[in-house]
Design a protein around this ligand. Structure first.
Ligand SMILES: NC(=O)c1ccc[n+]([C@@H]2O[C@H](COP(=O)([O-])OP(=O)(O)OC[C@H]3O[C@@H](n4cnc5c(N)ncnc54)[C@H](OP(=O)(O)O)[C@@H]3O)[C@@H](O)[C@H]2O)c1
Length: 176
């Protein structure tokens, strides 16, 4: 059986996950919303991300351990950090997810926008934990990359909300 795929991500009110420079420094004042992150991370067996997000992650300490990490890329990737288990993949995300170890029960779809769009288009996103940050950025990297107009409408069901002291609101949805 295919693992549950969870998009766990922060976005501005206007739906951007990075600003026009590709930076996520605007998220820094809202770190209280990460309160449940360690528990979430311990519940995932594998990660999936795009090349741009992988290269961003390489500039920071690798805190994801040896979990299999699918990195979608059309071009050769830089080496992963020591201790990481990087699996370069391309093409249909479903085939890559199906090639994960059989014991994989939950995958964290890390981003970024282009990779999120590929998973959405393939109907693979089972759950979305969206941390809406109380800022309007105006431009940047869209939550679903190439823009919602490029996708067929997809219905999700609201499951839960949580408000953090910084003003971040988490919205949790599952595929309906
Ligand atoms: N706010 C948050 O919580 C959050 C979370 C994650 C990321 N981000 C931000 O999002 C930004 C990156 O997003 P992005 O949309 O620019 O890039 P991305 O999705 O991280 O990576 C895009 C790249 O992934 C590869 N790719 C995607 N789908 C593919 C497929 N089906 N087959 C083969 N390759 C595929 C391509 O690599 P090639 O160019 O090699 O072909 C493409 O250029 C960064 O600024 C990052 O910091 C924010």
């Amino acid at each position: 059986m295919r693992p549950e795929i969870v998009l766990y991500i922060a976005a501005s009110i206007d739906g951007f996950i990075a600003d026009g420079d590709g930076s996520v420094a605007w998220l820094d004042p809202f770190a209280d919303a990460l309160a449940g992150f360690d528990e979430f991370l311990s519940s995932v067996d594998a990660l999936a991300m795009g090349r741009v997000t992988f290269e961003f992650a390489l500039r920071h300490p690798w805190t994801y351990g040896p979990r299999p990490t699918l990195v979608f890329a059309g071009r050769p990737l830089p080496d992963g950090p020591a201790g990481a288990r990087v699996l370069p993949v391309r093409g249909h995300p479903g085939a890559a997810v199906d090639a994960l170890p059989a014991a994989t029960r939950r995958v964290w779809l890390v981003g970024g926008g282009e990779t999120n769009a590929a998973f959405l288009e393939s109907g693979l996103i089972d759950r979305i934990r969206l941390f809406v940050v109380p800022m309007v950025l105006g431009s940047g990297v869209r939550l679903f990359g190439r823009g919602v107009e490029a996708h067929a409408p997809r219905r999700f069901a609201a499951r839960r909300t949580e408000r953090f002291a910084s003003g971040v609101v988490e919205l949790e949805f599952t595929r309906s």
